[in-house]
Design a binder for this molecule. Sequence first.
Ligand code: CA
Length: 515
Amino acid sequence: MPQAPSKQPLYIRMHPDDNVAIIVNDGGLPPGTDFPGEFVLSGHIPQGHKMALRTLKEGEPIVRYGVTIGYAHCGIPQGSWVEESLVRMPAARDLDGLPTCLQVGGRAEPLEGYTFEGYRNADGTVGTRNILAITTTVQCVAGVVEHAVKRIKAELLPAHPNVDDVIALEHTYGCGVAIDAPDAEIPIRTLRNISLNPNFGGQAMVVSLGCEKLQPSRLLPEGTLTASTGSCTVCLQHEQHVGFESMIAAIMEMAAQNLAVLGQRRRVTCPASDLVVGLQCGGSDAFSGVTANPAVGFATDLLVRAGASVLFSETTEVRDAIDQLTSRAATPAVAADLIREMAWYDRYLEKGGVDRSANTTPGNKKGGLVNIVEKAMGSIVKSGTGPISGVLGPGEKLKAKGLIYAATPASDFICGTLQLAAGMNLHVFTTGRGTPYGLAAVPVLKVATRSELARRWHDLMDVNAGTIATGEATIADVGWEIFHLLLAVASGKKTWAEHWKLHNALTLFNPAPVT
Ligand code: CA
Protein backbone atom coordinates (compact mmCIF):
# COMPACT_ATOMS: atom_id res chain seq x y z
CA MET A 1 0.00 0.00 0.00
CA PRO A 2 1.38 3.49 -0.81
CA GLN A 3 2.98 5.44 2.03
CA ALA A 4 1.61 8.75 3.30
CA PRO A 5 3.44 11.68 1.68
CA SER A 6 5.70 14.07 3.61
CA LYS A 7 4.31 17.17 5.30
CA GLN A 8 6.50 19.54 3.30
CA PRO A 9 4.33 22.04 1.39
CA LEU A 10 4.40 21.25 -2.32
CA TYR A 11 2.98 22.79 -5.47
CA ILE A 12 3.17 21.69 -9.10
CA ARG A 13 3.60 24.00 -12.05
CA MET A 14 3.06 22.25 -15.40
CA HIS A 15 4.77 24.63 -17.82
CA PRO A 16 7.36 27.43 -17.50
CA ASP A 17 4.78 29.98 -18.78
CA ASP A 18 2.20 29.07 -16.10
CA ASN A 19 1.18 31.80 -13.65
CA VAL A 20 -0.78 29.37 -11.46
CA ALA A 21 0.20 26.07 -9.80
CA ILE A 22 -1.75 23.42 -7.89
CA ILE A 23 -1.34 22.44 -4.25
CA VAL A 24 -0.16 18.84 -3.79
CA ASN A 25 -0.63 18.19 -0.04
CA ASP A 26 -3.48 16.02 1.29
CA GLY A 27 -6.09 18.28 2.90
CA GLY A 28 -4.66 21.39 1.22
CA LEU A 29 -2.53 24.03 2.95
CA PRO A 30 -3.45 26.49 5.73
CA PRO A 31 -3.02 30.30 5.64
CA GLY A 32 0.51 31.37 6.54
CA THR A 33 2.14 28.40 4.80
CA ASP A 34 5.60 29.59 3.77
CA PHE A 35 7.20 28.75 0.45
CA PRO A 36 10.60 30.15 1.46
CA GLY A 37 11.97 32.78 -0.89
CA GLU A 38 8.71 32.81 -2.87
CA PHE A 39 5.57 33.76 -0.94
CA VAL A 40 3.32 33.02 2.02
CA LEU A 41 -0.25 31.76 1.49
CA SER A 42 -2.83 34.43 2.37
CA GLY A 43 -5.63 31.91 3.01
CA HIS A 44 -6.44 28.19 2.94
CA ILE A 45 -6.05 26.48 -0.48
CA PRO A 46 -7.60 23.00 -0.90
CA GLN A 47 -5.62 20.12 -2.40
CA GLY A 48 -5.55 20.19 -6.20
CA HIS A 49 -6.70 23.80 -6.34
CA LYS A 50 -4.72 26.60 -7.94
CA MET A 51 -2.74 29.39 -6.34
CA ALA A 52 -1.46 32.50 -8.07
CA LEU A 53 2.31 32.33 -8.53
CA ARG A 54 2.34 36.10 -9.06
CA THR A 55 -0.22 38.88 -8.74
CA LEU A 56 -2.72 38.78 -11.63
CA LYS A 57 -4.47 41.92 -12.88
CA GLU A 58 -8.15 41.99 -13.79
CA GLY A 59 -8.64 40.53 -17.29
CA GLU A 60 -5.18 38.97 -17.40
CA PRO A 61 -4.88 35.43 -18.87
CA ILE A 62 -4.65 32.63 -16.32
CA VAL A 63 -2.14 30.16 -17.74
CA ARG A 64 -1.82 26.44 -16.90
CA TYR A 65 -0.22 23.76 -19.16
CA GLY A 66 1.16 26.78 -21.06
CA VAL A 67 -2.41 27.48 -22.26
CA THR A 68 -4.88 30.23 -21.33
CA ILE A 69 -7.50 28.40 -19.27
CA GLY A 70 -9.37 31.61 -18.40
CA TYR A 71 -9.16 35.32 -17.56
CA ALA A 72 -9.02 36.92 -14.10
CA HIS A 73 -12.43 38.37 -13.16
CA CYS A 74 -10.66 40.77 -10.76
CA GLY A 75 -7.20 41.32 -9.37
CA ILE A 76 -5.79 38.14 -7.72
CA PRO A 77 -2.92 38.62 -5.23
CA GLN A 78 0.17 36.39 -5.33
CA GLY A 79 -0.14 33.30 -3.10
CA SER A 80 -3.93 33.36 -3.00
CA TRP A 81 -6.53 30.80 -4.10
CA VAL A 82 -7.60 31.09 -7.76
CA GLU A 83 -11.08 29.75 -7.20
CA GLU A 84 -13.71 29.10 -9.85
CA SER A 85 -15.59 32.39 -9.36
CA LEU A 86 -12.41 34.35 -10.20
CA VAL A 87 -11.94 32.70 -13.60
CA ARG A 88 -13.81 33.74 -16.76
CA MET A 89 -13.87 30.94 -19.38
CA PRO A 90 -12.43 31.61 -22.88
CA ALA A 91 -14.49 31.01 -26.03
CA ALA A 92 -14.02 27.72 -27.89
CA ARG A 93 -11.28 27.69 -30.51
CA ASP A 94 -12.59 28.42 -34.02
CA LEU A 95 -12.47 25.34 -36.25
CA ASP A 96 -11.23 27.37 -39.23
CA GLY A 97 -7.57 28.07 -39.90
CA LEU A 98 -6.18 25.43 -37.54
CA PRO A 99 -2.53 24.36 -37.77
CA THR A 100 -2.25 20.89 -39.33
CA CYS A 101 0.34 18.11 -39.55
CA LEU A 102 3.17 20.01 -37.88
CA GLN A 103 4.72 16.90 -36.34
CA VAL A 104 7.25 16.14 -39.03
CA GLY A 105 10.33 13.98 -38.74
CA GLY A 106 11.00 10.27 -38.42
CA ARG A 107 8.81 7.77 -36.65
CA ALA A 108 9.55 6.93 -33.04
CA GLU A 109 11.84 3.96 -32.61
CA PRO A 110 9.85 0.68 -32.67
CA LEU A 111 9.54 -1.14 -29.36
CA GLU A 112 10.03 -4.82 -30.00
CA GLY A 113 9.88 -8.08 -28.07
CA TYR A 114 6.79 -7.51 -25.92
CA THR A 115 4.08 -10.18 -26.04
CA PHE A 116 0.98 -11.37 -24.23
CA GLU A 117 -1.08 -14.56 -24.16
CA GLY A 118 -4.36 -14.00 -26.00
CA TYR A 119 -7.15 -15.74 -27.91
CA ARG A 120 -6.57 -15.31 -31.63
CA ASN A 121 -9.71 -14.91 -33.76
CA ALA A 122 -10.40 -15.95 -37.36
CA ASP A 123 -10.49 -12.29 -38.46
CA GLY A 124 -6.99 -11.61 -37.07
CA THR A 125 -8.12 -9.76 -33.94
CA VAL A 126 -7.14 -11.07 -30.50
CA GLY A 127 -9.27 -11.49 -27.40
CA THR A 128 -7.93 -10.85 -23.93
CA ARG A 129 -10.89 -12.78 -22.49
CA ASN A 130 -12.96 -15.68 -23.85
CA ILE A 131 -16.60 -14.70 -23.36
CA LEU A 132 -19.92 -15.94 -24.72
CA ALA A 133 -21.98 -12.85 -25.58
CA ILE A 134 -25.71 -12.88 -26.21
CA THR A 135 -26.69 -9.99 -28.43
CA THR A 136 -30.20 -8.62 -28.08
CA THR A 137 -32.13 -6.66 -30.71
CA VAL A 138 -34.47 -4.92 -28.27
CA GLN A 139 -34.97 -4.24 -24.56
CA CYS A 140 -38.19 -6.32 -24.57
CA VAL A 141 -36.16 -9.55 -24.38
CA ALA A 142 -33.90 -8.42 -21.52
CA GLY A 143 -35.73 -10.25 -18.71
CA VAL A 144 -35.84 -13.53 -20.60
CA VAL A 145 -32.18 -13.28 -21.57
CA GLU A 146 -31.16 -12.43 -18.01
CA HIS A 147 -32.98 -15.54 -16.78
CA ALA A 148 -31.29 -17.64 -19.48
CA VAL A 149 -27.82 -16.26 -18.63
CA LYS A 150 -28.27 -17.26 -14.97
CA ARG A 151 -29.12 -20.81 -16.03
CA ILE A 152 -26.30 -20.99 -18.61
CA LYS A 153 -23.83 -19.93 -15.93
CA ALA A 154 -25.16 -22.45 -13.43
CA GLU A 155 -25.74 -25.43 -15.74
CA LEU A 156 -23.45 -25.13 -18.79
CA LEU A 157 -20.49 -22.87 -18.01
CA PRO A 158 -18.87 -25.13 -15.34
CA ALA A 159 -18.11 -27.70 -18.08
CA HIS A 160 -16.03 -25.10 -19.99
CA PRO A 161 -13.18 -23.93 -17.74
CA ASN A 162 -11.59 -22.00 -20.66
CA VAL A 163 -14.63 -19.76 -21.07
CA ASP A 164 -14.43 -16.76 -18.73
CA ASP A 165 -18.05 -15.63 -18.67
CA VAL A 166 -21.46 -15.45 -20.31
CA ILE A 167 -22.91 -11.99 -20.75
CA ALA A 168 -26.02 -10.43 -22.25
CA LEU A 169 -25.55 -7.34 -24.41
CA GLU A 170 -28.55 -5.52 -23.04
CA HIS A 171 -29.61 -2.02 -24.07
CA THR A 172 -32.68 0.21 -24.34
CA TYR A 173 -32.63 0.58 -28.14
CA GLY A 174 -34.41 -1.51 -30.78
CA CYS A 175 -37.98 -0.23 -30.84
CA GLY A 176 -39.86 3.01 -30.23
CA VAL A 177 -37.10 4.79 -32.14
CA ALA A 178 -36.90 6.62 -35.48
CA ILE A 179 -34.83 3.81 -36.95
CA ASP A 180 -34.43 5.38 -40.40
CA ALA A 181 -33.27 8.77 -39.08
CA PRO A 182 -29.74 9.48 -40.39
CA ASP A 183 -28.22 9.49 -36.89
CA ALA A 184 -29.81 6.10 -36.05
CA GLU A 185 -26.81 4.60 -37.82
CA ILE A 186 -24.82 5.38 -34.67
CA PRO A 187 -26.67 3.13 -32.17
CA ILE A 188 -27.20 0.42 -34.80
CA ARG A 189 -23.56 0.15 -35.86
CA THR A 190 -22.54 0.38 -32.18
CA LEU A 191 -24.58 -2.72 -31.32
CA ARG A 192 -23.37 -4.53 -34.44
CA ASN A 193 -19.72 -3.79 -33.79
CA ILE A 194 -19.93 -4.62 -30.07
CA SER A 195 -21.17 -8.08 -31.09
CA LEU A 196 -17.95 -8.38 -33.10
CA ASN A 197 -15.68 -7.39 -30.19
CA PRO A 198 -12.53 -9.58 -30.16
CA ASN A 199 -13.37 -10.92 -26.69
CA PHE A 200 -16.43 -12.77 -28.08
CA GLY A 201 -14.48 -14.91 -30.55
CA GLY A 202 -16.85 -14.28 -33.47
CA GLN A 203 -19.43 -16.52 -31.77
CA ALA A 204 -22.08 -13.94 -30.90
CA MET A 205 -25.67 -15.18 -30.82
CA VAL A 206 -28.82 -13.11 -31.04
CA VAL A 207 -32.08 -13.10 -29.11
CA SER A 208 -34.88 -11.18 -30.84
CA LEU A 209 -38.49 -10.50 -29.89
CA GLY A 210 -39.90 -10.61 -33.43
CA CYS A 211 -41.93 -7.43 -33.97
CA GLU A 212 -39.20 -4.88 -33.12
CA LYS A 213 -37.85 -2.26 -35.51
CA LEU A 214 -34.28 -3.45 -35.21
CA GLN A 215 -34.62 -6.85 -36.91
CA PRO A 216 -31.75 -9.35 -36.53
CA SER A 217 -30.96 -9.10 -40.25
CA ARG A 218 -30.49 -5.35 -39.90
CA LEU A 219 -28.41 -5.64 -36.75
CA LEU A 220 -26.13 -8.38 -38.08
CA PRO A 221 -26.49 -8.72 -41.86
CA GLU A 222 -25.62 -12.13 -43.26
CA GLY A 223 -21.88 -12.83 -43.18
CA THR A 224 -21.15 -10.31 -40.41
CA LEU A 225 -20.16 -12.96 -37.91
CA THR A 226 -16.87 -14.60 -38.80
CA ALA A 227 -17.31 -17.95 -37.04
CA SER A 228 -20.89 -18.93 -37.72
CA THR A 229 -22.32 -22.03 -36.05
CA GLY A 230 -25.37 -22.30 -38.28
CA SER A 231 -28.52 -20.69 -36.92
CA CYS A 232 -27.55 -18.03 -34.39
CA THR A 233 -30.88 -16.38 -33.61
CA VAL A 234 -33.68 -17.20 -31.19
CA CYS A 235 -36.93 -15.28 -31.86
CA LEU A 236 -39.24 -15.29 -28.83
CA GLN A 237 -42.44 -14.66 -30.85
CA HIS A 238 -41.76 -17.58 -33.19
CA GLU A 239 -44.71 -19.99 -33.16
CA GLN A 240 -42.45 -22.89 -32.17
CA HIS A 241 -42.22 -21.42 -28.67
CA VAL A 242 -45.03 -22.54 -26.42
CA GLY A 243 -44.46 -21.00 -23.02
CA PHE A 244 -41.47 -19.45 -21.31
CA GLU A 245 -39.54 -22.69 -20.78
CA SER A 246 -39.48 -23.29 -24.51
CA MET A 247 -37.75 -19.94 -25.08
CA ILE A 248 -35.20 -20.66 -22.37
CA ALA A 249 -34.54 -24.13 -23.78
CA ALA A 250 -33.87 -22.68 -27.26
CA ILE A 251 -31.45 -20.08 -25.88
CA MET A 252 -29.69 -22.75 -23.77
CA GLU A 253 -29.31 -25.04 -26.78
CA MET A 254 -27.78 -22.27 -28.86
CA ALA A 255 -25.50 -21.32 -25.95
CA ALA A 256 -24.36 -24.94 -25.60
CA GLN A 257 -23.26 -25.03 -29.25
CA ASN A 258 -21.36 -21.76 -28.92
CA LEU A 259 -19.76 -22.74 -25.62
CA ALA A 260 -18.51 -25.96 -27.20
CA VAL A 261 -16.62 -23.88 -29.80
CA LEU A 262 -15.35 -21.25 -27.35
CA GLY A 263 -14.30 -23.97 -24.88
CA GLN A 264 -11.82 -25.36 -27.43
CA ARG A 265 -9.88 -22.12 -27.59
CA ARG A 266 -6.50 -21.71 -25.88
CA ARG A 267 -4.34 -18.68 -25.25
CA VAL A 268 -1.41 -18.31 -27.64
CA THR A 269 1.55 -15.93 -27.60
CA CYS A 270 0.67 -12.72 -29.46
CA PRO A 271 2.75 -9.59 -30.12
CA ALA A 272 1.85 -6.44 -28.17
CA SER A 273 0.77 -5.02 -31.54
CA ASP A 274 -2.47 -7.04 -31.18
CA LEU A 275 -3.59 -4.90 -28.24
CA VAL A 276 -6.39 -2.38 -28.77
CA VAL A 277 -6.36 -0.16 -25.68
CA GLY A 278 -9.25 2.23 -25.04
CA LEU A 279 -8.46 5.21 -22.80
CA GLN A 280 -10.77 7.40 -20.82
CA CYS A 281 -11.06 9.30 -17.57
CA GLY A 282 -13.93 9.76 -15.15
CA GLY A 283 -14.27 11.71 -11.94
CA SER A 284 -11.30 13.87 -12.92
CA ASP A 285 -9.53 16.30 -10.60
CA ALA A 286 -6.65 18.74 -11.00
CA PHE A 287 -4.18 15.87 -10.54
CA SER A 288 -5.58 13.93 -13.52
CA GLY A 289 -3.50 16.03 -15.89
CA VAL A 290 -0.45 15.96 -13.60
CA THR A 291 -0.10 12.30 -12.60
CA ALA A 292 -2.42 9.62 -14.02
CA ASN A 293 -3.00 11.02 -17.50
CA PRO A 294 0.68 11.81 -18.21
CA ALA A 295 1.62 8.30 -17.01
CA VAL A 296 -1.05 6.82 -19.29
CA GLY A 297 0.27 9.09 -22.08
CA PHE A 298 3.75 7.63 -21.53
CA ALA A 299 2.26 4.11 -21.79
CA THR A 300 0.37 5.22 -24.93
CA ASP A 301 3.66 6.15 -26.61
CA LEU A 302 5.12 2.75 -25.64
CA LEU A 303 2.06 0.91 -26.98
CA VAL A 304 2.08 2.81 -30.28
CA ARG A 305 5.83 2.16 -30.64
CA ALA A 306 5.06 -1.54 -30.05
CA GLY A 307 2.60 -1.41 -32.97
CA ALA A 308 -0.59 -1.53 -30.89
CA SER A 309 -3.75 0.51 -31.37
CA VAL A 310 -4.68 3.10 -28.76
CA LEU A 311 -8.06 4.83 -28.76
CA PHE A 312 -8.57 8.17 -27.05
CA SER A 313 -11.97 9.79 -26.98
CA GLU A 314 -14.32 12.16 -25.12
CA THR A 315 -15.03 14.97 -27.58
CA THR A 316 -15.95 17.70 -25.06
CA GLU A 317 -12.68 16.96 -23.24
CA VAL A 318 -10.48 17.45 -26.29
CA ARG A 319 -12.44 20.22 -28.02
CA ASP A 320 -10.42 23.00 -26.40
CA ALA A 321 -7.18 21.34 -27.54
CA ILE A 322 -8.24 20.92 -31.17
CA ASP A 323 -5.27 22.96 -32.40
CA GLN A 324 -2.89 20.56 -30.62
CA LEU A 325 -4.68 17.57 -32.16
CA THR A 326 -4.74 18.88 -35.74
CA SER A 327 -1.05 19.75 -35.34
CA ARG A 328 -0.45 16.10 -34.48
CA ALA A 329 -2.57 14.69 -37.33
CA ALA A 330 -0.50 12.28 -39.44
CA THR A 331 -2.14 13.46 -42.68
CA PRO A 332 -4.38 16.35 -43.82
CA ALA A 333 -7.23 13.81 -44.13
CA VAL A 334 -6.90 12.93 -40.42
CA ALA A 335 -6.94 16.64 -39.51
CA ALA A 336 -10.09 17.10 -41.61
CA ASP A 337 -11.73 14.11 -39.89
CA LEU A 338 -10.87 15.54 -36.44
CA ILE A 339 -12.42 18.89 -37.39
CA ARG A 340 -15.50 17.14 -38.82
CA GLU A 341 -16.11 15.26 -35.56
CA MET A 342 -15.66 18.45 -33.45
CA ALA A 343 -18.04 20.40 -35.70
CA TRP A 344 -20.65 17.63 -35.55
CA TYR A 345 -20.46 17.65 -31.75
CA ASP A 346 -20.63 21.46 -31.55
CA ARG A 347 -23.90 21.29 -33.51
CA TYR A 348 -25.20 18.40 -31.39
CA LEU A 349 -24.63 20.41 -28.18
CA GLU A 350 -26.06 23.57 -29.74
CA LYS A 351 -29.27 21.71 -30.62
CA GLY A 352 -29.61 20.91 -26.91
CA GLY A 353 -29.06 24.55 -25.96
CA VAL A 354 -25.66 24.05 -24.30
CA ASP A 355 -21.96 24.08 -25.15
CA ARG A 356 -18.87 22.13 -24.06
CA SER A 357 -18.94 23.84 -20.66
CA ALA A 358 -21.88 21.55 -19.72
CA ASN A 359 -19.23 18.84 -19.23
CA THR A 360 -17.70 19.70 -15.84
CA THR A 361 -19.24 18.12 -12.71
CA PRO A 362 -19.48 19.34 -9.10
CA GLY A 363 -16.79 16.73 -8.27
CA ASN A 364 -14.43 18.07 -10.96
CA LYS A 365 -14.77 21.54 -9.45
CA LYS A 366 -14.30 20.30 -5.90
CA GLY A 367 -11.16 18.57 -7.18
CA GLY A 368 -9.78 21.88 -8.42
CA LEU A 369 -10.80 22.04 -12.10
CA VAL A 370 -12.38 25.44 -12.73
CA ASN A 371 -13.70 24.81 -16.25
CA ILE A 372 -13.68 22.54 -19.31
CA VAL A 373 -10.60 24.22 -20.78
CA GLU A 374 -8.50 23.22 -17.78
CA LYS A 375 -10.10 19.76 -17.74
CA ALA A 376 -9.39 19.26 -21.47
CA MET A 377 -5.72 20.22 -21.16
CA GLY A 378 -5.33 17.53 -18.51
CA SER A 379 -7.39 15.02 -20.48
CA ILE A 380 -5.59 15.03 -23.82
CA VAL A 381 -2.28 14.18 -22.12
CA LYS A 382 -3.53 10.56 -22.15
CA SER A 383 -2.92 10.51 -25.89
CA GLY A 384 0.85 10.77 -25.44
CA THR A 385 3.00 12.69 -27.90
CA GLY A 386 2.85 10.76 -31.18
CA PRO A 387 1.07 11.45 -34.45
CA ILE A 388 -2.67 10.74 -34.67
CA SER A 389 -3.09 8.20 -37.44
CA GLY A 390 -6.87 7.84 -37.71
CA VAL A 391 -10.32 9.00 -36.62
CA LEU A 392 -13.42 6.88 -35.96
CA GLY A 393 -16.98 8.20 -35.84
CA PRO A 394 -19.11 7.07 -32.85
CA GLY A 395 -19.66 3.30 -32.98
CA GLU A 396 -17.34 2.67 -35.95
CA LYS A 397 -14.97 -0.28 -35.95
CA LEU A 398 -11.20 0.09 -35.95
CA LYS A 399 -9.65 0.02 -39.43
CA ALA A 400 -5.97 0.76 -38.78
CA LYS A 401 -3.35 0.51 -36.05
CA GLY A 402 -1.68 3.38 -34.24
CA LEU A 403 -3.05 6.27 -32.20
CA ILE A 404 -6.71 6.75 -33.10
CA TYR A 405 -9.19 9.42 -32.09
CA ALA A 406 -12.47 7.53 -31.51
CA ALA A 407 -15.12 10.26 -31.28
CA THR A 408 -17.41 9.68 -28.29
CA PRO A 409 -19.20 11.72 -25.66
CA ALA A 410 -17.24 11.97 -22.40
CA SER A 411 -19.94 10.11 -20.43
CA ASP A 412 -18.07 7.15 -18.91
CA PHE A 413 -20.67 4.55 -19.87
CA ILE A 414 -21.23 5.83 -23.40
CA CYS A 415 -17.51 6.26 -24.07
CA GLY A 416 -16.77 2.74 -22.83
CA THR A 417 -19.63 1.32 -24.91
CA LEU A 418 -18.42 3.05 -28.09
CA GLN A 419 -14.82 1.97 -27.50
CA LEU A 420 -16.10 -1.64 -27.15
CA ALA A 421 -17.69 -1.19 -30.58
CA ALA A 422 -14.39 0.12 -31.95
CA GLY A 423 -12.87 -3.21 -30.93
CA MET A 424 -10.91 -2.48 -27.76
CA ASN A 425 -9.65 -5.51 -25.87
CA LEU A 426 -8.28 -3.56 -22.86
CA HIS A 427 -9.58 -0.43 -21.14
CA VAL A 428 -7.57 2.06 -19.08
CA PHE A 429 -9.55 4.41 -16.85
CA THR A 430 -8.03 7.23 -14.81
CA THR A 431 -9.84 8.80 -11.88
CA GLY A 432 -9.17 11.46 -9.28
CA ARG A 433 -12.44 11.63 -7.37
CA GLY A 434 -12.80 7.81 -7.57
CA THR A 435 -15.28 5.59 -9.39
CA PRO A 436 -15.76 1.80 -9.17
CA TYR A 437 -16.37 1.69 -12.96
CA GLY A 438 -16.09 -1.63 -14.79
CA LEU A 439 -17.24 -3.41 -17.97
CA ALA A 440 -18.39 -7.00 -18.35
CA ALA A 441 -16.85 -7.46 -21.80
CA VAL A 442 -13.32 -6.12 -21.35
CA PRO A 443 -10.93 -5.79 -18.39
CA VAL A 444 -10.75 -2.24 -17.01
CA LEU A 445 -7.48 -1.13 -15.42
CA LYS A 446 -8.05 1.83 -13.11
CA VAL A 447 -5.38 4.41 -12.33
CA ALA A 448 -5.72 6.72 -9.31
CA THR A 449 -4.44 10.29 -9.66
CA ARG A 450 -3.72 10.71 -5.92
CA SER A 451 -2.10 8.50 -3.26
CA GLU A 452 -4.88 9.37 -0.81
CA LEU A 453 -7.46 7.83 -3.16
CA ALA A 454 -5.20 4.82 -3.86
CA ARG A 455 -4.88 4.22 -0.08
CA ARG A 456 -8.59 4.63 0.65
CA TRP A 457 -9.71 2.54 -2.38
CA HIS A 458 -6.82 0.04 -2.14
CA ASP A 459 -8.96 -2.82 -3.46
CA LEU A 460 -10.52 -0.89 -6.37
CA MET A 461 -7.57 1.00 -7.91
CA ASP A 462 -5.06 -1.05 -9.93
CA VAL A 463 -2.32 1.60 -10.21
CA ASN A 464 -1.39 4.57 -8.01
CA ALA A 465 -0.05 7.49 -10.08
CA GLY A 466 -0.21 9.81 -7.04
CA THR A 467 3.45 9.01 -6.32
CA ILE A 468 4.32 11.28 -9.26
CA ALA A 469 2.95 14.35 -7.45
CA THR A 470 4.98 13.66 -4.32
CA GLY A 471 8.18 12.92 -6.22
CA GLU A 472 8.32 9.26 -5.15
CA ALA A 473 8.05 8.07 -8.76
CA THR A 474 8.50 9.56 -12.22
CA ILE A 475 5.97 9.69 -15.05
CA ALA A 476 8.16 7.13 -16.84
CA ASP A 477 8.15 4.78 -13.81
CA VAL A 478 4.35 4.72 -13.63
CA GLY A 479 4.05 4.67 -17.45
CA TRP A 480 6.14 1.49 -17.63
CA GLU A 481 4.18 0.01 -14.71
CA ILE A 482 0.93 0.56 -16.65
CA PHE A 483 2.46 -0.90 -19.85
CA HIS A 484 3.64 -4.09 -18.07
CA LEU A 485 0.38 -4.43 -16.15
CA LEU A 486 -1.60 -4.13 -19.41
CA LEU A 487 0.36 -7.06 -20.89
CA ALA A 488 -0.30 -9.10 -17.72
CA VAL A 489 -4.02 -8.24 -17.69
CA ALA A 490 -4.26 -9.02 -21.41
CA SER A 491 -2.82 -12.46 -20.57
CA GLY A 492 -5.48 -13.18 -17.96
CA LYS A 493 -4.47 -11.40 -14.73
CA LYS A 494 -7.66 -10.02 -13.15
CA THR A 495 -8.19 -6.31 -12.47
CA TRP A 496 -9.91 -5.24 -9.24
CA ALA A 497 -13.14 -4.53 -11.16
CA GLU A 498 -13.04 -8.11 -12.48
CA HIS A 499 -12.21 -9.49 -9.04
CA TRP A 500 -15.38 -7.92 -7.58
CA LYS A 501 -17.38 -8.37 -10.84
CA LEU A 502 -18.19 -4.66 -11.07
CA HIS A 503 -19.96 -3.96 -14.35
CA ASN A 504 -21.62 -0.83 -15.62
CA ALA A 505 -24.44 -1.03 -18.16
CA LEU A 506 -23.88 -0.75 -21.88
CA THR A 507 -25.17 2.70 -22.75
CA LEU A 508 -25.84 3.52 -26.38
CA PHE A 509 -25.31 6.95 -27.91
CA ASN A 510 -28.52 7.69 -29.80
CA PRO A 511 -28.54 11.24 -31.18
CA ALA A 512 -31.61 10.36 -33.33
CA PRO A 513 -35.22 10.93 -32.20
CA VAL A 514 -37.31 8.38 -30.32
CA THR A 515 -40.96 7.96 -31.32
CA1 CA B 1 -15.31 9.85 -19.23
